[in-house]
Design a protein around this ligand. Structure first.
Ligand code: MN
Length: 283
């Protein structure tokens, strides 16, 4: 057993609005590189935010994506989605939308109608996952994963939803293009837990609630995010206060990343092509 070393902790990330529906903290982004985040490109954490009831629709109007996947995990509230190919979807608390933008999706993201009318707490994570170059132009697809379809591993005060990948032999719900683990965990305090994560995988922990000491060295509080070294195969958590956290890990994609706005490609030419195709209306 070798511990994965902690390489970075981010504690105070400022909020900005995406459209009028998403009060977002960008916890990390490939645009301001962090160490060992690949294959993960970006994580936007929206809320928790209390929205007043409204008849208006809050959200983000039509915009494109190419070259990666967006993974939207709803913790509270409701999201509606529409794309130019006629695909629509609605997800609520506990549900996940795994969207492969691939060669191109043009879509809108809104608060759900029922949620807008009722108001309440909204809390959503959107993760961007890179696609290997060979898959960047794959056909767009959606995996709409309702809460009841996500396998759960339950132990003593421990509840782990395996959204993607594999944990202790239990296979996750999503299909991925490269090896990725997305584990959504609730843990009761006090507890001490060792978690095995494959050697060579980048590893990221986002703490949403509670308090955790990691590897006996650093303590995280709600809203903090931690990045680990790829070397090593274990992390150690001491749960100090009942905790909810997202644990991401994945095989590093050792390929160039050239992105701007809603496109993440592998070369200047491929990025320019994305802009040209979008302008010519071929999305
Ligand atoms: Mn989008």
């Amino acid at each position: 057993m070798t511990l994965k070393m902690i390489v970075q902790i981010k504690t105070a990330v400022e909020k900005h609005w995406v459209g009028d529906g998403f009060p977002v903290r960008t916890m990390f982004s490939y645009r301001s590189p962090v160490i060992n985040a690949s294959p993960f490109l970006l994580l936007d954490y929206a809320g928790p935010e209390d929205f007043k009831p409204t008849d208006k629709t809050r959200g983000v109007d039509k915009h494109p994506h190419r070259g990666f996947e967006t993974v939207t995990i709803v913790y509270a509230g409701q999201l509606e989605h529409r794309d130019n190919a006629g695909h629509t979807g609605k997800i609520g608390a506990g549900d996940v939308q795994w969207m492969t933008a691939g060669r191109g999706v043009l879509h809108e993201e809104w608060h759900g109608t029922e949620f807008s009318k009722a108001g309440g707490i909204f809390e959503v994570v959107q993760l961007w996952v890179n696609l290997p170059i060979k898959d960047k132009m794959t056909k767009p697809k959606y995996q709409e994963i309702t809460a009841d379809r996500i396998p759960v591993l339950q132990g003593d005060g421990w509840h782990c939803r395996i959204i993607a990948g594999n944990y202790l032999g239990v296979q996750g719900a999503a299909t991925t293009f490269s090896p990725i683990n997305v584990w959504d965990i609730q843990a009761k305090a006090p507890a001490h837990q060792k978690i095995e994560i494959p050697e060579g995988y980048s590893t990221i922990l986002l703490l949403r609630r509670g308090k955790i000491t990691v590897n006996d060295t650093a303590t995280l509080e709600a809203g903090h995010i931690m990045f680990f070294d790829t070397q090593g195969d274990t992390i150690e958590l001491s749960i100090l206060d009942d905790a909810n956290f997202l644990l991401l890990s994945g095989e590093v994609i050792n390929e160039p990343i050239v992105g701007a706005g809603p496109f993440v490609m592998h070369s200047k030419e491929a990025l320019q092509q994305a802009y040209d195709d979008y302008r010519e209306g071929s999305f």
